[in-house]
Design a binder for this molecule. Sequence first.
Ligand SMILES: [Zn+2]
Ligand SMILES: [Zn+2]
Length: 338
Amino acid sequence: MELCTKCGKKEVFLDGLCKECYLNKNPLLISFKPVKILVCFFCHKYFSKGKWIGFRKLEDVVKDIVQKRLVFNDDARINSFKLRPVIPKYKEGPNVKVNIKTEITVFGTYSDKKTVLKEEYVLPVKVIFILCPRCSRHKSGYFEGVLQLREVDEEVIDYAVDEAKKQNQRGIFITKKLKVRNGFDIYLTKRGYIHELARELLNKFGGETKASKKLFSRDKLRSRDIYRINVLFRQSKFRKGDILNIDNELFKVRNIDKNITLINIKTGKKTLVIPKYLKVKAAEEVKETIISLVFPHVEILHPETFQSVKPENIKNKKFKVNQKVRVVVLDGKVWLVD
Ligand SMILES: [Zn+2]
Ligand SMILES: [Zn+2]
């Protein structure tokens, strides 16, 4: 029986050494360096190779970085390895440090031996929460432009603010929100996104946008001018359900996005109009009245003369006497608009 030349155990694995002594001399994992990971607690990105990268779970970040730092023994064949970060409970905040023990298990074989060897390590990983440069710029009031919302519904403001808040990982932040006459200003850290968001509002709510830029300063290093932009979004003055008089025909607004979808009250036909070509100053006044007769034909109470009259349009609807209806009066004639 052969003996281990190092410890004298009655076992020889390779090179006259037992498994344990052999592994001590030739570990599967040669080195791992202590790991420090910087994480921005504001935009949730971690720093790696000169870049800030977004992530979902801290566990994935630890695994990714630890894996890159492992150096295996060239003489061994590594069959597999497992990483298990044990993350304690923590709260994110400035300068919070979290110590994470990462358990590493490596399986491998040497030369032509079939025996699979297993090694276990615990690697300390320190996560430090800080503000990345972009976020600290934002915190100091940096902005590249202003989205100016004018004559908008509350819904538009809420939508714009919510959308902008979702962009943190892209390095886009709201620096300031300001209620102004006729509207609301949103200061943002990315020029391009201001245009993007304005376009989105236009497509969703309808209206018009106007952009302008203002020289802010000069970047001497790269010898170029730095501009701040203003993008104005004015919501369409019409809303869904409004009745418009276009060349003495009545139309109902079915939908507003970057186009206005109109339904002809008389014919029921649909038309699309580009807002800037719509030369209507204001929606028609819609009045409420009642059905005054249903047989032998439908009549309604004229809201101005209080005479029982035939409406110009009856949309194959069943009516009841005294039923409330909404109408528009055009040249003395009454149109049902519901
Ligand atoms: Zn030994
Ligand atoms: Zn950040």
